[in-house]
Design a protein around this ligand. Structure first.
Ligand SMILES: Cc1ncc(COP(=O)(O)O)c(C=O)c1O
Length: 442
């Protein structure tokens, strides 16, 4: 199977009418995207207009076929290069029960961070022996839940956590230790986690002491080290650098080198493919890590981002100082644009073949000027009722969804061979009010 995931391949069979940048858009829309003769975008064989009508908007839509294919690129690609290996899905990127289940079906183990993700994974039927528990501030209660569930590995972040484990452990438990590799990832500051001032993990000198503690404890099965240098990283040399640095922590039976592979979000961005990424990591592992050690990776964004789009209905078009196209969602369901400045691209899903004649501010409905989904989006002249489709929103969109201005979190559908299935229902006003019952009833 070819490694076309990162938008490096444009399918020439797809239209690219004059006055659009559709040729490039196909490389950031889900793999199973097409357009009907009526100019309506189809995801996984289903017209987006029908999905919007049936499930409402805003709506998170996933191309299930493309998603499964992308998972297999990671699982098969790593196994071929380094047989003693494991790919964990970093579930924070898309923590939906339907996704946990799909991940396990396709051969992924799962990285969870916190009691909530543990509950979601268990509800999905994920085998606890495939769960790896992360977090820089795990509580006693969360550690107890994880131990009771029988998670495979706990990734220890600090010595306070070791104090907790000393109190809580009643049987042997596999552990990794998160170390700070000292690699400043070239990404947004909030997404860089491997620099010397990171809040995650321990610097190498302190790591040695923590390792001694674990090795001395009868119930702690210390297996090796973990690192994660950050997210949306487009330079694969940085992953190789991290692998080289972690080898100085010592010789162990396991090395988890984290996630972080970046994806192509915009027409002009270039992102490495899965093969290029795996080549970089495994070449570094062969050079620096003990032969036969277990190698783990934890991709999140690069598995799910491209497979997902978000559908919005255009509610207002204003041609004032600028052209404002406002939709019925915004930073409540797509926080990354405001939080990290992530650039997305948009298309009118009901008019894909119309020439793009206007440069619009695609804005949301939350009460912030920073609620800007796309700055200067090239679009046809938008009309009320059009369907705006934001591409490459499969990662961290649902994760970061919130109730700003009383917004209801959107539903999620998976689409395959033209069939859509609901995996998360839309929040209701009753859901919104339910936690306020003490005040309402009091
Ligand atoms: C420990 C850890 N592993 C993996 C990931 C996944 O990163 P990404 O979604 O960029 O692949 C994260 C995300 O921040 C993380 O904190």
């Amino acid at each position: 199977m070819s490694d076309e995931h990162a938008g490096t391949t444009v399918d020439d069979a797809r239209p690219n009418p004059e006055g659009t940048r559709l040729g490039e858009l196909w490389s950031i829309l889900p793999e199973e995207s097409s357009v009907g003769p009526d100019g309506v975008l189809q995801i996984g064989g289903a017209p987006v207009t029908e999905l919007a009508q049936r499930f409402g908007t805003p709506l998170y839509v996933y191309d299930e076929t493309g998603l499964r294919r992308q998972i297999r690129r990671f699982v098969d690609g790593l196994r071929e290069r380094w047989p003693n290996s494991e790919v964990l899905f970093a579930s924070k990127s898309f923590p939906a029960v339907g996704m946990y289940r799909l991940a396990q079906e396709e051969g992924l183990s799962v990285d969870i961070a916190g009691g909530g993700e543990l509950r979601l994974a268990l509800a999905a039927g994920v085998d606890p022996a495939r769960l790896h528990f992360h977090g820089n501030a795990k509580s006693d209660a969360e550690l107890s839940m994880a131990l009771a569930a029988g998670v495979d590995t706990i990734i220890v972040d600090n010595e306070d956590e070791l104090d907790r484990l000393e109190r809580l452990l009643e049987r042997p438990q596999k552990l990794l230790l998160r170390v700070i590799p000292g690699v400043e990832a070239k990404t947004h500051a909030s997404q860089a986690t491997g620099g010397l001032d990171s809040k995650f993990g321990l610097p190498m000198d302190q790591a040695r002491r923590a390792i001694e503690r674990m090795r001395a404890h009868p119930l702690m099965e210390f297996e090796g080290v973990h690192l994660h240098i950050g997210s949306q990283i487009l330079d694969t040399a940085q992953f190789a650098e991290a692998v080289a640095k972690i080898s100085s922590a010592g010789s162990f039976s396991s090395y988890d080198v984290g996630g972080g592979l970046g994806v192509k979000y915009t027409y002009d961005e270039v992102a490495p493919g899965v093969d290029e990424y795996l080549d970089a990591i495994v070449t570094a592992a062969k050079a620096h890590l003990p032969e036969g050690a277990r190698l783990l990776i934890e991709p999140g964004r690069s598995i799910v981002a491209r497979a997902g789009v978000t559908l919005y209905e255009v509610t207002t078009v204003k041609r004032t100082g600028r052209v404002f196209v406002a939709v019925n969602g915004g930073l409540a369901d797509q926080l990354d644009a405001a939080l990290t400045g992530q650039r997305f691209e948009a298309v009118l899903g009901n008019r894909v073949l119309d020439p793009w004649t206007e440069t619009a501010q695609l804005v949301g409905r939350q009460c912030e000027s920073g609620d800007l989904l796309v700055d200067q989006a090239p679009l046809p002249a938008a009309r009320v009722g059009d369907l705006a489709v934001l591409a490459t929103t499969g990662a961290y969109g649902y994760t970061l969804a919130n109730n700003y201005n009383g917004a209801l979190k959107p539903a999620i559908v998976f689409v395959r061979n033209g069939e859509a299935r609901l995996v998360v229902r839309r929040e209701t006003y009753d859901d919104l009010l339910s936690t306020h019952a003490p005040a309402i009833e009091g």
